[in-house]
Ligand binder design. Structure first.
Ligand SMILES: [Fe+2]
Length: 204
C-alpha cells in the first residue's frame, strides 16, 4: 500500500499555498515554497501508486495524480521510457519538476525577441530528489529526455493550472515556429488516496 498520507499532506499544503498567496501576484513565493514542498515529497519514494508509475515501454506518459478544484494547480507523474524525448515545448504557467526515480536531462531554450529564434540555454541533469522550476517569467521553454536508455525514470511535476487542458506550444527548432497543442493526460482514472481505513497497510 503506497504511503497515501504523504501525498495527502503535500496536496493539503499546496492547496493552502495557492489559496494564501494569489499566484498571479506572488508567483515567486509560490515557486519557492512549492519547491520546498515538492522536494519534501520526492525525498521519499514510498507514495506513488504503482498504476501511476508504469506503462511507458517507449515514449513517455503523463498521469494526472490530482487537480485542484479551482484548477490553480495540478500534480502529475511523468513516466519516461528508456531514451524518451519530448519536443521542445512551453508551459504558459509556472511549473516545478521533482525527480523521483532515475534521472532526466532538462535542456532549456530562450526565445530571442529580436530575431524570433530559439537559442539553447542551460542543460541540467536532475537526479532523484532534485527539484527544478520554470515559468513564463523565469523561462518556460525546454526539451526533456530520460537520461537513461536502458531503464525508466519518473519525475513528479506541479503546475500552476490544469496542465493537460491548457493550450500551449511545441516548437520546431529548425524554423523556430510554434504549433499549439493540448497535452491531455495518459490516465482515465485517478488513484484513490482518500481511503484512510487502509492507511498503514504494508506495500504489496
Ligand atoms: Fe515540460
Amino acid at each position: 500500500m503506497p504511503n497515501h498520507a504523504r501525498l495527502r499532506r503535500f496536496l493539503a499544503d499546496m492547496t493552502s499555498l495557492v489559496g494564501g498567496a494569489r499566484q498571479d501576484q506572488d508567483e515567486a513565493a509560490v515557486i519557492e515554497v512549492g519547491g520546498q514542498l515538492l522536494a519534501a515529497l520526492v525525498a521519499h519514494d514510498d507514495w506513488l501508486p504503482e498504476a501511476m508509475a508504469g506503462g511507458a515501454s517507449e515514449g513517455y506518459l503523463q498521469h494526472l495524480l490530482y487537480c485542484d478544484p479551482h484548477e490553480r494547480f495540478s500534480l502529475v507523474s511523468f513516466v519516461w521510457g528508456p531514451g524518451a524525448l519530448t519536443p521542445v515545448h512551453d508551459h504558459t504557467v509556472w511549473g516545478l519538476i521533482g525527480m523521483l526515480r532515475g534521472a532526466e536531462v532538462d535542456q532549456r531554450y530562450e526565445l530571442d525577441p529580436a530575431s524570433g529564434q530559439l537559442c539553447p540555454g542551460p542543460t541540467t541533469t536532475l537526479t532523484a530528489g532534485d527539484v527544478a522550476a520554470l515559468s513564463p517569467t523565469l523561462g518556460d521553454i525546454h526539451q526533456v529526455r530520460n537520461a537513461f536508455t536502458d531503464r525508466t525514470s519518473i519525475s513528479v511535476h506541479v503546475y500552476g493550472g490544469n496542465i493537460g487542458s491548457l493550450a500551449r506550444h511545441r516548437f520546431d527548432l529548425a524554423t523556430s515556429t510554434a504549433r499549439t497543442f493540448i497535452s491531455g493526460y495518459s490516465n482515465a482514472t485517478m488513484p484513490n488516496i482518500w481511503d484512510r481505513s487502509r492507511d498503514g497497510e504494508s506495500a504489496g
